[in-house]
Ligand binder design. Sequence first.
Ligand code: UDP
Length: 368
Amino acid sequence: QKILLVFGTRPEAIKMAPLVKQFSFFPEHFNLKVCVTAQHREMLDQVLDFFEITPHYDLDLMKKGQNLFQLTADIILGMKSVLEEFKPDYVFVHGDTTTSMATALSAFYAGAKVCHVEAGLRTFDKLSPFPEEINRQLTGRISDIHFAPTVLAKENLAKEGTTSRIYVTGNTVIDALFWATQKLVNYEDEEIRYLKSIVDSSKKLILITGHRRENFGDGFLKICRAIKRFAQRTEVQIIYPVHLNPNVQQPVFELLDDLNNVRLIKPLSYPAFVWLMNKSYFILTDSGGVQEEAPSLGKPVLVMRDTTERPEAVDAGTVILVGTNEELILSSCERLLDDHELYQKMAQSHNPYGDGTACERIVNALIN
Ligand code: UDP
């Protein structure tokens, strides 16, 4: 069977990398090719390097001032040539990016079967997150096989009347995390050496990330004000790899630069980020992937969003939604720092996103 795996952003690459590895264990069953759209460039390449993946096709589409219209059109046209050349039986896409949606549509036009990894996540709010919710709904509508990370995600698809095959597999991000953690035992690079030099082991490390479009503007201002107030607690060290988007950089550097126990650093490559997650006490983030991976490292997560497509994590008690309200973010951080019982409960909760065998389940579904 001819399989084409397509991805374009850093989080997709992290979550598809272990699947590339798993497919490559069965050369007698699969002729596998990898295509990157490079919707993100540098951040994608770092992940490919770490996982030792060389794509067969690289559309290299990232442009300065990229907009969704141009990007969507470019992906569809770029995919046309790849699909015509390789003629895959199955095209695998992941999650909720413009790459996923436009590739799924292209694959459908080309007559290939579409397989959706991380299928069935929903907020059921068309505008939040934008454009991800619509991207995943459209991708789901087009797909022939859905690999849902959880039972709830499967139920979301069933509720929408999906009649095509759905497998519950766990999330491949845990497979990636375990692979990375193992590699990190004998791995050190410049970034990790730098982190070792700045981490103050006498303090509790609070790791922060944020990049969501829905938080741009007022949301990030409130987030930064809350962090600034929390930073007055001298027993914590806050490390914040700041996303390169100017909507994030501007408020963060304006409000949080030059504070004693806050380190603003460049976005980290995946191995360095995993290393830092492991060292952290808890994590404050608006990221989806981080919510899924942190519980496997026993790290509680406070999520700076009002809605979530990951209610399993809230139900399991591994994350708490704190929105973008300044007071709520501050009081939640203080509570998690001071309430040892709550901390232990969150840290020891079971990760609902799986046990690192998602890729095995996905590939087995195609073999059987
Ligand atoms: N990540 C990383 N470096 C960073 C921040 C995050 O490698 O500086 C990784 C993280 O481990 C996770 C993924 O990127 O696997 C999440 O990506 P992001 O938060 O950008 O997107 P989302 O998951 O919200 O789609």
